[in-house]
Structures are given as C-alpha cells and as structure tokens.
Design a protein around this ligand. Structure first.
Ligand code: 0X9
Ligand code: ZN
Length: 432
C-alpha cells in the first residue's frame, strides 16, 4: 500500500508540473432571477472549463474562475445574455503565491497560524494519542485511491459518556480551513479551561476524520492548490488537461448512495467539478467512510462535515427543498449554532436545507448518513469566508474561524441532551 503510494506520488511529481493559474481570473456573476441562471447554464455548457467556486444567495452572485484563453468568450457570452459581472480576482496565481508561501508543509510544531499537509496533521494526531493515552486513540478508517491512510481520532473525556458524534473535513481537497478547524476543535476538547466547553465535550464520544480525501489534499500542497476531487483517473475520459475543480478525480461529496445522480444535483462528466463517479461508492475514500460508519452509525447522534466557503449551516437533503421529518429541529438548532457563531466575531452564517440554502446537490456524505442512520443532527458547515478570499483564506483567519465554529459546539451538545430529556418527559407523561 505504502509503496504503491510513494510510487504514484513519484510518477505524479515527474509527470505534472505545479499547475499555474497565471492570469486566470475570478468573476462575480450576478444572476438576478431564474432566467439568468438558466442562461448561465447555457454559457457553462459552451465553456465547460469554468470552475464554479461558490454561490452567494444573499447577493445572488456566483464566483467563477476562467482561464485567460476563455476569458473573452466568457465575457462576450455574459454580455450577450445581459448578465452583469465584476472581476473579483485579477490574477489567481498571485493570490495563490501569497497563500502558498504561508503554508507549512514540513513536519514541525503543530499550530493554527499556518496550514499543514496530511503528514504533519497525522503526526499530530499520533502525538495526541501519546499525550492523552486515557482519552485519545487513533484509528484508520480505510485507505485512499493511492493507498494513503484515512486516519482518525476518538476522544472520550468522561468514562460514562454514551452519545456519539462524528466531525470530518477535507472531503474536498482545496478547502484547507476545514482541516485547520477540525484539528483546532480536537485540541480545544483536550485542553480548554472553559467550563461550558469542557462539560459539553465530556458528554460526547467524538470521532474525527480530519482528512477524508488525503490524496487530493496532498495534491493541493504540491501540484494544484485548487484541486477538489480525489485522484482517481477515469478510464474513458482524460481530464488531465483540466485543473482546479475540474481536474481528475471523483467528487467525494457526490459519490454517496442516497439519491445518487438524482435531479441534476451532480454530473456524469468525469471532468466536472461535481463528478459523481461511475456508480455510488466507486471511490475508495467513500467506501472507507461507509465501512467506518458501520461501526458507529447506529449510535451516531451528531454529524458535522466541514467544507468551505460561503458561511452556511446546511442540513439534508440536497435533492429536494421539501422539508425532512425533523426539519424544525434541524433548522432551529442550526439557527442557534449560527447565532453562537455570530455572537463571537459577528460573522453571519445562513441556515437552511442544502437544496434551498445553496443548490441542488446529491450524493453527499451528510445526506447518506441522515438517510441511512437517521442521525438526529446532521450539518454541513460551509466555513469562512463569504467570497473575498474564497478557498484561499489567509492563515491569520484560521484561529478566528475555528473559535467561532467551536462556540457553536456546546449549543449542539446541549440541544442533544435536551432532546433526550424531552423524550423522557413525553414518555412519562404519556404513561400517566
Ligand atoms: O458542492 C458541495 O459539495 C458543497 N459546496 S463546496 O463549495 N464545499 O463544494 C455544498 C454542499 C451541499 N451539499 C451537501 N452538503 N451535501
Ligand atoms: Zn466542499
């Protein structure tokens, strides 16, 4: 496994140069109504290389990266359809250079003032198990396409804790802030002096998978900072001329087996940002996730999956705007979490069902968990920011982002406890 991985990385490094985004631009495109959205889809069909970075429902804008080769065609088409645009990033490469120079890739002391590659994160997870042998164990959920371990930790602070939660990050490779945030939270669970947080953390047996997509994540450090998917190469369609979100690989957040490929919430084109894979669970990473869940799924009460960017707290499902059974619970608890976040540094997070909050998207890990295990609280946090630095969030925003997200954790735990108390009260009153 390990040898296979080393060989593959070697081959990659030899064959691929570091992807350059010289003169690539990001445009903010204003889509004022559904007709404009439809027209934009027509443009996207004509220029499939476009990399859609994110969507903001408040400002009704899309962030779209375009190559210098296609920029003219893109702006002409926008003009033709009467879609207003403004340039958000003039040269992606120069923003990238700044952000990469601040990424710490070699082993060293772990911190949250820079971003770290998987080997540094994994070494740090191991060090937690050594430092806190009574509370922390590490495990391997499975292996990536290139044979990298998908390593996790289990944190239990109180002997008689029974509730189980899972937090994961980096299903999408380029969303570095997700990894920084989940590791920050793990560290706080073990070291905090804050009584509220301490008490909340102790109520739960926490499982964490900080890097679900280690191949893709590693690739963003050395080859293409904007890679999104895993690194599985499609046998029939060659996507190697594509970069960023459209590069090779399967979108892990479209590869899970609930409503897979339904309602246009994913793509069957292998070079699409949202490529769902040839069949559900076709990626080893999603399969590893599934087999890990076989162990903890039926006891799971809370699942948090961290992505970026956009500042949303989303909940299932992604194929429909129809409310799920416990919509009211999910919405109100999500709202409370967003309020806790906002009260920290004033950042606003939008709360809603996936399909209404962002866009139709199917095959997500969250939807699959909700459907398969009826996990009571399932949230996808789209972390900072709201479209300025996008995926390239500067390292000086890691700690503030992680702190505000951490502030929402006790809220979630307290509500889980309240649910249990409510159930108890209801049962006892119905007996009387
Ligand atoms: O497209 C996605 O998977 C998410 N946005 S991202 O920029 N992080 O890629 C939106 C997630 C909504 N879907 C689910 N949570 N299932
Ligand atoms: Zn994501």
């Amino acid at each position: 496994m390990r040898l296979l991985y080393v060989l593959s990385i070697l081959i990659y490094t030899v064959l691929s140069y570091k992807v350059s985004y010289e003169n690539y631009k990001v445009y903010k495109v204003h889509l004022k109504d559904n007709a404009a959205k439809e027209n934009f889809l027509l443009i996207h069909k004509q220029i499939p290389h476009l990399d859609i970075w994110g969507e903001n429902h408040v400002t009704r804008t899309l962030d779209v990266m375009v190559s210098p080769k296609e920029e003219n065609k893109f702006t002409e088409l926008l003009k033709m359809y009467g879609i207003p645009q403004e340039m958000a990033v003039n040269n992606v490469e120069s923003v990238l250079k700044d952000s990469l120079s601040q990424a710490e890739t070699r082993s060293g002391e772990f911190n949250w003032t820079s971003y770290h590659n998987y080997d540094v994160v994994y070494a740090w997870l191991d060090s937690l198990a050594e430092l806190y042998p009574k509370n922390v164990t590490t495990f391997i959920a499975g292996y990536s396409h290139l044979g990298l371990p998908i390593k996790g930790i289990r944190i239990q602070l109180k002997e008689n804790a029974t509730r189980v939660a899972l937090i994961d990050s980096a299903l999408h490779a380029r969303e570095w802030i997700s990894v920084a945030t989940s590791t920050y939270i793990a560290n706080e669970f073990l070291t905090t002096k804050n009584e509220t947080l301490k008490a909340a953390a102790a109520e739960i047996i926490w499982y964490m998978l900080p890097i679900v997509n280690p191949d893709g994540y590693n690739y963003t450090f050395f080859v293409d900072r904007l890679h999104r998917k895993n690194l599985q190469i499609n046998a029939t369609v060659n996507c190697s001329s594509y970069t960023g979100g459209n590069g090779i690989g399967i979108d892990l957040n479209r590869n899970f087996a609930y409503q897979w490929m339904a309602n246009g919430g994913a793509s069957d084109w292998p070079c699409s940002t949202q490529y769902a894979g040839p069949y559900p669970f076709s990626s080893p990473e999603a399969r590893a996730f599934r087999s890990f869940l076989e162990g903890i799924g039926k006891n799971l009460q809370l699942y948090l999956t961290f992505h970026s960017y956009g500042q949303y707290i989303l909940f299932p499902y992604g194929h429909t705007v129809n409310p799920i059974d416990n919509y009211y619970e999910q919405y109100t608890v999500g709202r409370m979490a967003a309020d806790a976040i906002e009260s920290y540094y004033g950042k606003k997070y939008i709360v809603g069902n996936i399909a209404e909050g962002v866009y139709l998207s199917t095959g997500g890990s969250d939807d699959w968990i909700k459907y398969t295990y009826q996990t009571r609280l399932v949230f996808c946090y789209e972390l900072r920011d709201d479209g300025y630095y996008t995926f390239l969030l500067p390292p000086d925003q890691i700690i503030p982002t992680a702190q505000e997200v951490l502030a929402s954790i006790p809220v979630l735990v307290q509500q889980l406890i309240r649910f249990d108390n409510l159930t108890f009260t209801r049962n006892s009153t119905s007996k009387n």
